[in-house]
Unconditional design. Structure first.
Length: 117
């Protein structure tokens, strides 16, 4: 069972950037599809981005396309989310997860991102 720990969140002004990291331990990180999700106050958790095991396949929610970039370093068991041109509506707790072939799981504790206007 893989364990995930997110970091890199914080408070940033609109238009700024943050880089989130998700460190994995245990499991088979290097052969797993990894994803980022977020949950804003009063809203359901939503998909942000995902990356295939090799890093070659990437998907983004339409709301973050062209602003966010997902990447991974299998040698470090880490997946990243570079977030640029941040907007107040990006404010949320960001979680990473691993896809087990049927659904997403092994959720981390999340990292708070707050974007001020």
């Amino acid at each position: 069972q893989v364990q995930l720990v997110e970091s890199g969140g914080g408070l940033v002004q609109a238009g700024g950037s943050l880089r989130l990291s998700c460190a994995a331990s245990g499991g088979t990180f290097s052969t797993s599809t990894m994803g980022w999700f977020r949950q804003a106050p009063g809203k359901e958790r939503e998909f942000v981005s995902a990356v295939g095991w090799s890093g070659g396949s990437r998907n983004y929610a339409s709301s973050v396309k062209a602003r966010f970039t997902i990447s991974r370093e299998n040698a470090k068991n880490t997946v990243y989310l570079q977030m640029n041109s941040l907007k107040p509506e990006d404010t949320a707790v960001y979680y990473c997860a691993v896809y087990n072939g049927r659904d997403w799981g092994s959720w981390g504790q999340g990292t708070q991102v707050t974007v001020s206007s």
